[in-house]
Design a protein around this ligand. Structure first.
Ligand SMILES: [Zn+2]
Length: 307
């Protein structure tokens, strides 16, 4: 299993963590579009980040990190499901300046992290949560560091790395203090754990396996490494979701599109699957089933191309 995520804990430091490495998944995603550097690098880091965040949150559905930029990168979306699948996409205009920084890629952008629970999920069915993240940091990990520092959550940091063959990341999170007296020692433990993690080089994140990497950082601590979980590329598009996207256009507009082009073609840019809607499909969508109900996540996060 080359693509996996390990949970771990530093028991004596009251810190939990995750480590992820994706190779096959990253290759699959790079096949869907010819992402130029330095966007490819940021997309890879975002993919590692969403994998780590998905494992740390409780949800039954999708976790989405989306950046809307001004120029030259106008959109970046990475999505993880509670089933251990991920997908990613980015849109850009023209040539990207060599060595452009994170901020230079997106301009005056905004980042949103959202959780969308499945309509049929248990306790939180159909619920959505959104958090706005400032793009002030110099890297994606910096932005997320600020976000965690400002939110009410537990101290959390991510270390991310990407090259053409691999994306990898590590996350540390301080556990809640047991009592008042533990707040200071908790902070000391957190500082110690993150100071060591800050010595990590990208190359180490990308090449060492979990055991080697954690031994290199924390061989003096009480480390517990849990069994790995697989992560893989899988798109969540489906004929049903395309039907609902067409339905959301409205019958008039969909019929006009169909008249104009003979059929409606919808491309999923996450996986390059092409869906064709003809007049029989349109009848099925609008006439035969008036009670057609929209699923919770009908949109394709900007991936939809109608022509
Ligand atoms: Zn797809």
């Amino acid at each position: 299993m080359s693509d996996k995520l390990h949970r771990f804990s530093l028991e004596n430091l009251h810190v939990r963590g995750e480590w992820v490495s994706l190779k096959t998944t990253w290759k699959e995603i790079q096949k869907t579009a010819d992402y130029p550097e330095p966007l490819r690098h940021v997309l890879g880091e975002a993919l590692a980040a969403i994998s780590l965040l998905a494992e740390s949150l409780k949800f039954d559905g999708s976790l989405i990190l989306q950046i809307r930029g001004t120029q030259p990168v106008t959109m970046l979306v990475v999505q993880a499901s509670s089933e251990g699948t991920v997908r990613a996409i980015a849109h850009w205009n023209g040539e990207l300046p060599k060595g452009a920084t994170f901020n230079e890629l997106f301009g005056a952008g905004t980042m949103v992290i959202s959780v969308e629970n499945n309509p049929k999920a248990g306790q939180n069915k159909g619920e959505r949560y959104q958090s706005l993240v400032s793009l002030d940091g110099e890297t994606l990990a910096d932005c997320l560091k600020e976000y965690f520092a400002q939110s009410e959550q537990l101290s959390t940091r991510l270390w991310l790395a990407a090259d053409d063959d691999c994306v990898a990341g590590m996350m540390l999170q301080s556990l809640p203090p047991d009592g008042e007296s533990d707040i200071k020692s908790n902070q000391d433990h957190w500082n110690h754990a993150t100071l060591l993690a800050d010595t990590l080089k990208d190359e180490e994140l990308l090449t060492l396996d979990a055991q080697e990497l954690l031994h290199r950082l924390y061989h003096e601590e009480d480390l517990r490494l849990y069994d790995p979980q697989p992560i893989k590329f899988k798109c969540t598009c489906s004929p049903e979701k395309i039907d609902s996207a067409i339905y959301s256009l409205g019958e008039k507009e969909a019929t006009e599109l169909l008249k104009e082009h003979g059929s409606i073609s919808v491309d999923c840019e996450f996986c390059n699957t092409k869906y064709n809607i003809d007049d029989i499909d349109l009848k099925r969508i609008f006439i035969e089933d008036d009670s057609f109900s929209l699923p919770n996540t009908p949109n394709l996060d900007g991936s939809k191309t109608l022509h």
